[in-house]
Design a protein around this ligand. Structure first.
Ligand code: UFG
Length: 342
């Protein structure tokens, strides 16, 4: 039985593509919009192959309101999941206007069209970045947010405010903000995964690229943090687990359950791992060595953060289920597939 049609913006990206698969497998019809600025059209075919379902895809930039408007007329959307955004922290420092323009205008267009076309449910991809360097660990959804260090982080904070204000102002509008911790891994089919353009931004693609020999060694940014082994701590969440959180958020909206018009959930494992621990765990899980060197801290990094995930467990009935080993092996299989290595 079809449960409704969902507009997935940024659906060719890393998290968007995995979410599209989970939504289709859960019985939703998915319409993907992506400008392919940081993704490839082949991902759409891969989603169709995994799900044995043709996927509606439009190459549209969400800052183009007219083009989006046509899609809102053409399809009767029941909800929107809004992923489309730029996400490179360093790039956002160098080119803040590009980030504010793209990330905020896209969101505003989506919300305006939702109100105009009476599409009343939105799930938004927020980030643990809104917590900054937290005073208490693990962070709950009630932990105060801190001013973000980068324009990218600020766009996530502003986006949360824009959505919160809209949910308050427009009767019937409902939003779920998912604050992702550090997504990693790939789909078990081996057909979709993280596709960093040029130099990656995140740790796990650096680890797998070093393991496969594209990079000589991994730089570990900072060995003098106040953590047991001196490297920074994060909460690494499997991308398929993360994708499934969107499906349960959608179910919650469909069934009308919810404590307020705008709800926030942390999406992580609840477990902190240091960079060194993750590297050693990768080596154990795959049997492949990762040459590394501890270097200076990276500007703007927080020392440690991990999630309290009890709200998602209690309210959404969602919990991460995949082990770090399993996800590291999936990331490794994906890297080898990309490079044609057996
Ligand atoms: N790291 C290394 N070496 C690398 C890459 C990363 O040591 O080559 C370290 C970082 O310094 C950090 C940890 O690995 O301590 C994780 O770094 P990532 O870049 O993978 O992730 P971040 O926690 O910095 O970034 C995540 C999200 C971003 C978001 C950011 C802000 O991926 O989208 O949180 O909280 F903006």
């Amino acid at each position: 039985m079809e449960k409704g049609t969902i507009l997935v913006t940024g659906g060719a990206g890393f998290i968007g593509s995995h979410t599209a698969v989970e939504l289709i497998e859960a019985g939703y019809r998915v319409v993907i919009v992506d400008d392919l600025s940081n993704s490839q059209e082949s991902v759409i075919e891969a989603i169709a192959e995994i799900t044995h379902t043709p996927v509606d895809f439009y190459e549209v930039d969400c800052t183009d309101k007219e083009a989006l408007n046509e899609l809102f007329f053409k399809h009767k959307f029941n909800a929107v999941i809004h992923f489309a955004a730029f996400k490179a922290v360093g790039e956002s420092v160098e080119n803040p206007l590009m980030y504010y323009h793209n990330n905020l205008l896209s969101l505003i267009n989506i919300l305006e069209l939702m109100v105009e076309h009476e599409v009343m449910n939105i799930v938004f991809s927020s980030s643990a970045t809104v917590y900054g360097e937290p005073d208490e660990l693990p962070v709950t959804e009630a932990t105060p947010t801190k001013p973000a260090h980068s324009p990218y982080g600020k766009t996530k904070q502003m986006a949360e405010d824009i959505i919160r204000d809209s949910a308050r102002a427009y009767p019937g509008l409902r939003a779920i903000l998912l604050r992702y911790f550090n997504p990693f891994g790939a789909h078990p089919s081996g057909l979709i995964g993280e596709l960093p353009r040029g130099v990656p931004n995140n740790l796990v693609p650096f680890i797998t690229q070093t393991a496969v020999g594209i990079r000589k060694e991994l730089s570990i940014f900072g060995g003098d943090y106040h953590t047991p082994d001196g490297s920074a701590i994060r909460d690494y969440i499997d991308v398929v687990d993360l994708a499934q959180a969107h499906v349960v958020a959608m179910e919650r909206m469909r069934s009308g359950v919810g404590k307020s018009a705008c709800e926030v959930f942390n999406i992580g494992t609840g477990q902190g791992l240091s960079v060194l621990e993750l590297v050693h765990q990768f080596e154990r899980a795959t049997g492949v060595k990762v040459p590394y060197r501890v270097v200076e801290r990276r500007a703007g990094d927080v020392e440690q953060i991990w999630a309290d995930t009890s709200l998602a467990a209690n309210e959404l009935g969602w919990k991460a289920t995949r082990s770090t080993d399993q996800t590291l092996r999936a990331a490794w299989a994906w890297e080898k597939h990309l490079r044609g290595v057996k």
